[in-house]
Design a protein around this ligand. Structure first.
Ligand code: HEC
Ligand code: HEC
Ligand code: HEC
Ligand code: HEC
Ligand code: HEC
Ligand code: HEC
Length: 502
């Protein structure tokens, strides 16, 4: 009888779990909205107010008065230092140096006043080549930087545009000085000299990457290491094993209900439970296998889902728990505990069971209660299954369309083209991820290893609002999209990497 009950309990739990998860996912998808981030990039491009990420560029004005900064006054002074910071949005793709080296985009040394598409050897798009009779004067640059895709349709610069007019002027003024024949803002007719703040006057205010010399910055990066989280202390492992053994021993006499309502399912115990303890009763969770064939006879090998085509996907079809805890990729990159997803609910929120077919879903004489599904998708799944955050990156299009721009030869991970040094040097230092292994995999080649957790297996139309951990030389201006974001990972999981060289 116990066994039968257990079996039904199990089936009910499963059915309820499935329903609740679907409901939760639907609800989460409907309600967890990041600020204006649900619009696809094409839609964004026609929104007329200044775009959030562009506010990084705004320097002083932005910190003084955010609202005011949205309406730049025409005769406002030119702030060349702010222009240099705005360059932070271009540097991932462009160099602006006299050595003539081009990156993803052409070298822009001396671009102000130069002919369009004039860098020899650079593989321009037909659209840009067709415009090569024109000159990059202030007006053309301004129009191009506002909305690259509209100013020169069909060009290949996958950059969303800088909507703030003052930021563009500052940037153009700065670029005009990066030239064999530098031009001042007055030469360009940009502003009255009295208002000019030059880079030289305010070197220390420039907290951005450009505040460092190349050597200083290299040294910073050299000193920085991605670390896997510290191993669990041996003593803790021994204790967990002992508690798990105690549970196993108690099972011989434990009543099913006592097991089902075991305190480990609820806070506070659920928040500190070890995998060993959960597995003392739920060992089957790691050995479940999906069917070898569907009921209609389709073999599992013939029903590969789109997310199973990523470079990192290996082996046969496996269960959900296997893919998060046991697959090679999971073991390399993640360190998930049962309690990370199953945080436990308040037992007072248990709901009367709803057995399909039972009249009006009412409980029988002796009410049975189902354990509520205790996985919160918006704080767990969304982290690794959210949409690709293209907008925050100033990129246009899906990664499938634009990755070639960043992976111009085999073996390059296009995410690291930008994220190797320019952005977010500090990331993944949380106990549920293996930051060191993630970087090693990323460096070994395919951007699928990064993309997989950041859009490649997206169940959601919205990206996860990650904590914005600072990186060496990060600009101290906060872009609009990041206002209100935490500046450090959740303290329950965060750890500080210790560089063995120190
Ligand atoms: C995602 C990469 C990327 C980013 C970010 C980017 N660009 Fe570009 N840029 C390109 C590419 C690629 C081209 C060549 C486009 C073509 O051939 O259609 C280009 C072309 C240009 C050109 C024309 C150069 C010429 O020789 O005619 C200018 C000017 C320019 N970019 C300025 C900027 C500025 C200023 C920024 C920052 C606000 C920026 N770009 C950000 C990739 C980028
Ligand atoms: C003493 C044995 C025991 C321990 C320890 C235990 N469970 Fe359970 N758990 C059960 C029983 C019995 C059920 C009822 C369902 C069933 O029979 O499968 C259950 C149900 C569940 C369910 C499904 C029901 C639901 O919707 O909530 C989850 C999820 C779960 N446990 C997770 C955990 C986690 C995570 C841990 C460790 C923190 C844990 N359990 C520890 C015995 C245990
Ligand atoms: C990545 C998040 C995640 C992790 C980590 C995780 N689970 Fe789950 N678990 C879920 C989700 C989501 C479901 C419901 C989906 C389903 O029905 O398979 C579930 C379902 C369950 C169930 C009930 C349904 C079933 O398939 O039997 C049990 C029991 C369970 N988990 C136990 C565990 C234990 C024990 C661990 C640690 C060894 C663990 N889980 C780790 C997310 C997770
Ligand atoms: C910390 C990151 C992380 C979290 C949190 C996470 N996943 Fe995943 N998920 C992954 C990775 C990585 C894979 C691919 C594993 C592999 O290829 O072996 C994956 C694979 C999957 C798959 C595909 C399984 C298959 O057979 O191909 C599904 C479905 C899935 N996750 C759903 C979820 C749900 C639902 C949640 C929340 C309960 C969740 N994930 C939480 C990282 C995560
Ligand atoms: C053109 C350069 C560029 C490329 C290529 C790029 N990123 Fe980014 N990414 C950025 C910038 C800029 C930011 C915003 C940094 C900031 O200000 O916090 C960012 C932010 C992010 C964030 C944090 C988003 C948030 O909302 O907190 C994630 C995650 C991310 N990138 C992942 C990736 C992955 C994965 C790839 C490859 C598939 C990739 N990036 C490719 C420039 C790039
Ligand atoms: C196993 C899944 C997984 C993989 C693989 C992964 N990430 Fe992440 N990434 C995450 C999660 C989860 C977070 C949020 C961590 C936290 O809580 O701070 C994150 C955060 C980030 C952030 C922004 C948050 C910050 O700390 O500032 C960036 C940028 C980022 N990842 C880029 C990358 C790049 C580049 C790669 C490839 C080298 C990569 N990720 C691979 C799961 C992953």
């Amino acid at each position: 009888m116990k066994r039968v009950e257990a079996f039904f309990g199990y089936v009910i739990a499963l059915a309820f779990v499935a329903t609740a998860i679907v409901a939760a996912v639907v609800v989460a998808t409907l309600f967890i909205k990041g600020p204006a981030r649900q619009l696809p990039p094409e839609t964004i491009a026609v929104v007329s107010e200044p775009q959030p990420e562009q506010e990084v560029a705004e320097a002083h004005a932005a910190s003084e008065d955010r609202a005011g900064a949205r309406e730049p006054v025409d005769d406002a002074g030119i702030d060349v230092a702010a222009g240099e910071r705005a360059w932070g949005q271009c540097r991932a793709c462009h160099a602006i140096a006299p050595d003539g080296r081009s990156g993803i985009g052409p070298n822009l040394w001396g671009i102000v006043g130069a002919q369009v598409a004039a860098i020899e050897g650079f593989n321009y798009s037909d659209a840009l080549r067709a415009a090569d009779g024109q000159v990059w004067d202030v007006a053309l640059l301004d129009a191009f930087l506002t909305r690259p895709a509209e100013a020169i349709p069909g060009n290949r610069m996958t950059y969303n545009g800088m909507r703030d007019a003052a930021a563009r002027r500052n940037l153009i003024a700065w670029m005009a000085q990066r030239s064999d024949t530098p031009q001042s803002p007055e030469d360009l007719g940009l502003a009255a000299a009295a208002n000019i703040v030059t880079t030289e006057d305010t070197p220390s205010e420039t907290a951005g990457v450009d505040a460092f010399s190349e050597e200083e910055y290299e040294a910073l990066l050299e000193a920085f290491r991605w670390m896997n989280p510290p191993a669990r202390p041996a003593a803790e492992a021994v204790e967990a094993r002992a508690r798990a053994d105690a549970i196993t021993a108690a099972l011989a006499t434990m009543d099913y209900e006592a097991a089902r309502f075991h305190p480990l399912h609820y806070p506070a115990e659920s928040l500190t439970a070890s995998n060993e303890e959960c597995l003392a009763c739920h060992a089957e969770i790691l050995s479940h296998r999906p069917r070898a064939a569907s009921l209609a006879g389709v073999p599992d090998t013939a029903s590969i889902a789109w997310y199973q085509t990523l470079d990192t996907y290996a082996g046969a079809q496996e269960s959900f728990h296997h893919r998060h805890m046991l697959s090679d990729f999971a073991q390399a990159t993640m360190n998930l505990q049962c309690r990370f997803c199953h945080q436990g609910t308040d037992p007072r929120e248990e709901s009367p069971d709803m057995i399909v077919g039972r009249e009006n879903h009412t409980a029988p004489e002796v009410p049975e209660f189902t354990l509520r599904k205790v996985v919160n998708p918006s704080t767990t799944c969304l982290m690794c299954h959210g949409a690709f955050p293209a907008e925050e990156m100033g990129l246009v299009g899906s990664w499938h369309e634009i990755r070639e721009d960043f992976e111009w030869e085999p073996g390059i991970n296009g995410c690291l083209t930008c994220h190797e040094d320019a952005f977010r040097t500090n990331r993944h230092h949380v106990t549920f991820l293996n930051a060191g292994n993630i970087e090693a995999l990323g460096r070994a080649g395919s951007s699928d290893s990064c993309y997989g957790c950041h859009g490649g297996r997206a169940w959601y139309m919205i990206p996860y609002p990650y904590a914005r951990n600072p990186w060496p030389g990060m600009d101290d201006e906060v872009p609009d999209w990041a206002i209100g974001r935490p500046t450090a990972s959740d303290p329950d999981y965060a750890f500080t990497p210790v560089n063995p060289a120190d």
